[in-house]
Design a protein around this ligand. Structure first.
Ligand code: GLC
Length: 564
């Protein structure tokens, strides 16, 4: 017997937080604009495409949209190489399109968060072009990090540093000088000790805030400030320096001087603009970014690196609620984003052999190969079952939840992409080592048919696999068992469940079953194991991530039990 899930109309007894606090328990939906919807049929998603799907976003029940970069860019790093921070890439639209999108989202009560990429510009940015032309010692070069090369003729890099995407982190410009790029060659790092750099980003934050943007996601927020003292240390020496706030380039305490200035900008608006830090730092240092005097909130990425495992989940939840309390912020839950393997796939791969971010480390033909050298067996059905259970668990937690486009469709990572179609610099800079991030950035399927499954009229910039047809929005729409229906129902019910920012763990007597209460009496139970778990006979089950057998919770399933 399958337990009936009640579908009573949602009541309005929930209390929305005050407008300035909207972000504390918000569900923020990440749109990767080039892969969301393509209105002009050039194979690249655009702002008009997003505008045409505002109804979809409103029906999903999200509180905010975070737009990954849509600025002019050569796409050396999927738009995170920004050539102009205060404009729209012509392939994606115009500033008028942006204004129309903000207006339409706001009309639905959906806030808008945009991505700010302050660590580096594109090498096509006017400043970098000026720096190349102006030559050594110029004020234009002082906005970036230039050094003379080593060796008598400057033909050697200033240091042996390796970039985050692989390969050398210093690039020669042909006149004996080299510039530093933490990421791709096309992403020269800015020098944040330069007052012009600081002033320009304040200008950018005001530019978007004035256009009605509600908040900002700050890219690699922990890397802006640097202290490179000559002679530069070697990579081995850099690696050995503790990350305690004084490391030459990672998570330096002085980065918060930048954010204190930004805070004045954010707070000069009504309601104050929000920010969330993408900071890959030691957990104990997260509160520095999440403090109200700094950015106000920081991503907690712990679940990206965790297995589908009760012990790991419980520890991560407890630790992050503690960290959030320390900073006075709310925590953020992230299961997928544009940088990691989709969680449906992570949970379908063997735990022990995954790369640290879930990405298998090598490729073989156009398939992936795990770090152990074996071919992974993807258990697709288990992956999606666990992903649904994990998502429902996370959406029941206090704090804000970030949903990455396509996870509400239960999309798997697209592993098989031919080399000639790959775009991610991590793939090209580590040949044969890293399959890259393209597999989670494949354009969404909206319909089961069409040249790009309804994404646009003329193909998609990354090839979509045939199996996308089964997961299209049009196919899931109206199917109560679909992952889309699960997300819609969860986000609607979340308004009732989500009061107060606390939880109480309930001991279940099982190491693989987690149960917690929310202050208003709602209960979430997740069975991470495979043995069924008995729920109380009178449990009023509001939602379940999979089929139930009476009041028995099968393995790899989550239920929400209402307070009524
Ligand atoms: C962040 C982004 C990632 C990008 C990198 C460099 O980690 O999420 O996509 O490649 O910064 O900008």
């Amino acid at each position: 017997m399958t337990t009936h899930v009640h579908t009573a109309p949602l009541t309005s007894d929930h209390t929305d937080p005050e407008p300035p606090e909207w972000w504390r328990q918000a569900v923020v939906y990440q749109v990767y604009p080039r892969s969301f919807a393509d209105a002009d049929g050039d194979g690249i998603g655009d702002l008009r495409g997003i505008l045409s799907r505002v109804r979809y976003l409103a029906d999903l029940g999200i509180d905010a949209v975070w737009l990954s970069p849509f600025y002019p860019s050569e796409l050396a790093d999927g738009g995170y190489d920004v050539a102009d921070y205060r404009d729209v890439d012509p392939r994606l639209g115009t500033l008028d399109d942006f204004d129309a999108l903000v207006e339409a989202l706001h009309a639905e009560g959906i806030r808008v968060v945009v991505d700010i990429v302050p660590n580096h510009t594109s090498n096509k940015h006017a400043w970098f072009q000026e720096a190349l032309a102006a030559g050594r010692g110029s004020a234009a070069r002082a906005r970036y990090i230039f050094r003379d090369g080593a060796g008598p003729d400057g033909s050697q890099p200033p240091a042996d540093w390796v970039s985050v995407f692989g390969g050398p982190a210093w690039e020669p410009v042909g006149d004996g000088q080299w510039y530093f790029h933490n990421f791709a060659v096309e992403q020269p790092d800015l020098d944040w000790s330069n007052p012009q750099v600081r002033a320009d980003f304040v200008h950018t934050l005001r530019f978007w805030s004035d256009r009605g943007v509600d908040g900002f996601r700050i890219d690699v927020a922990h890397m802006l400030t640097k202290d490179f003292v000559d002679p530069l240390p070697s990579q081995a020496e850099l690696d050995a320096i503790p990350r305690d706030g004084n490391h030459p380039m990672i998570d330096r305490d002085d980065v918060h001087e930048v954010y204190a200035e930004w805070r004045e900008v954010f707070d000069s608006y009504d309601p104050p603009r929000t920010a969330v830090a993408e900071a890959w730092v030691e957990p104990s240092r997260i509160p520095l970014y999440a403090r109200a005097e700094s950015l106000g909130q920081a991503f907690n990425f712990d679940l990206l690196e965790a297995d589908f495992d009760a012990t790991q989940f419980r520890r991560i939840v407890t630790d992050n609620l503690t960290l959030a309390a320390q900073s006075g912020s709310s925590t953020t839950w992230v299961l997928s984003n544009h940088d990691v393997v989709r969680h449906a796939t992570r949970y379908g791969l063997p735990d022990a052999e995954r790369g640290t971010d879930g990405r298998p480390l090598r490729k073989h033909g156009n398939e992936w190969l795990l770090s152990g050298g074996t071919r992974p067996e993807l258990d697709a059905a288990a992956g999606i079952r666990r992903a649904r259970a994990a998502s429902l668990f996370v959406l029941g937690l206090p704090g804000s939840a970030y949903v990455y486009q396509g996870e509400e469709l239960g999309l798997h990572e697209v592993a098989a992409i031919d080399d000639e179609h790959r775009q991610d610099p991590t793939f090209f800079r580590s040949p044969g080592e890293d399959i890259g991030r393209d597999g989670c950035r494949v354009p969404l399927p909206w319909t089961a048919e069409g040249s790009s499954f309804g994404f646009g009229d003329d193909g998609a910039h990354l090839p979509q696999p045939a199996w996308f047809a089964d997961l299209a929005v049009a196919v899931q729409d109206g199917d109560p068992a679909s992952t889309l229906a699960l997300y819609r129902r969860a986000l609607a019910l979340r308004h009732e469940l989500q009061t107060g920012e606390a939880l109480t763990w309930v001991e279940t007597g099982r190491h693989d079953v987690l149960q917690f209460h929310r202050p208003n009496g709602w209960t979430v139970v997740t069975n991470f194991g495979t043995e069924p778990f008995d729920l109380p006979a009178d449990a009023d089950i509001a939602l379940s991530s999979g089929p139930l057998d009476g009041r028995v919770l099968p393995g790899e399933t989550t239920v929400w039990i209402s307070a009524r």
